[in-house]
Design a protein around this ligand. Structure first.
Ligand code: HPA
Length: 288
């Protein structure tokens, strides 16, 4: 008899595991059903302060199996409340693959959001600007992504398919919802806010890219590069959620080898982008 792989967490979560986390969240806010899940990336956590009517704040450590963010710049708590009248579940900080988590752990929060009732995922991140026209401080609407960590094998959907969420082989041809993109464009126009658009490439990190890495990514069609988002978006699309993705361009990617990139720079730019990101998210929420 050959040994069987153990198909359990942290590599794969069962529907019961996921529902247990959802139940733990519900215990903090009985009767609250989020419509939108919002993930706030590096240095962008303060966007949550714009959300009024907080119903509950839950440290990630109080939830079973929830991956804690170990990186400086991520508060590590869940905020449930109403923003522009919409029930939202906000993640102030996220876990990344480079921290040592599995793809299943990184994407667990999205599955919990879905089981709690969320139909939308708004996902944000700090990213390096690969497109030379982009300036630090710009916001970029993600039109599509390149799954650099996934093309060779890393997928949050690896393992037994959970049919309750979606099919074994989900289509990714329309991962970023066109109607949500239109709403974001409309909000930016009305607020007089510059909104770039482009392709986000997800890499594993934690090291920043070499100039040669970046020239490759640029030639491949990337406009921004970061170490998150793609696994969460794949998980959301698999489960039928409609996704809006926004990158905050925190630094110019070092294509010519003449600059350096640091986490401090990324967090500092995050602070500057927070008001515009809050305006954009609030505007889209108000139009949903
Ligand atoms: N590269 C990768 N990830 C990042 C960057 C970058 O330049 N900036 C912020 N996140």
């Amino acid at each position: 008899m050959g040994a069987r792989p153990t198909l359990t967490k942290p590599h794969f979560f069962s529907l019961d595991d996921i529902d247990a986390v959802a139940e733990a969240v519900r215990a903090h806010a009985p009767g609250f059903t989020p419509r939108v899940g919002l993930i706030l990336g590096s240095g962008l956590g303060a966007v949550a302060e714009a959300a009024a009517d907080v119903v509950a704040t839950i440290p990630y450590a109080d939830l079973p199996d929830w991956p804690e963010s170990t990186v400086w710049g991520h508060a590590g708590r869940l905020i449930l409340g109403y923003w522009q009248g919409q029930p939202v579940l906000i993640m102030q900080g996220r876990a990344h693959y480079y921290e040592g988590y599995t793809m299943a752990q990184i994407s667990l929060p999205v599955r919990v959001m879905r089981r709690l009732g969320a139909d939308y995922l708004f996902v944000t991140n700090a990213a390096g600007g690969v497109n030379p026209a982009f300036e630090p401080g710009d916001l970029m609407l993600i039109r599509d992504h390149i799954n650099f960590m996934g093309l060779a094998g890393l997928s949050p959907l690896r393992g037994p398919n959970l049919d309750a969420f979606g099919p074994r082989f989900p289509d990714m041809g329309h991962a970023y919802d066109p109607a949500l993109m239109d709403l974001a464009r409309e909000v930016a126009r009305e607020a007089g806010l510059t909104l770039r658009e482009g392709v986000y490439v997800g890499v594993a990190g934690p090291q920043f890219e070499t100039p040669a890495d970046l020239r490759l990514l640029h030639q491949a069609g990337a406009d921004a590069v970061g170490m998150s988002t793609v696994p969460e978006v794949i998980t959301a699309v698999h489960s039928g959620m409609r996704v809006l993705g926004i990158s905050g361009i925190s630094n110019r990617a070092n294509l010519d080898g003449k600059t350096t990139t640091s986490h401090e720079e990324v967090l500092e730019a995050g602070k500057r982008m927070t008001p515009n990101l809050a305006t954009l998210v609030a505007g889209v929420l108000a139009r949903l």
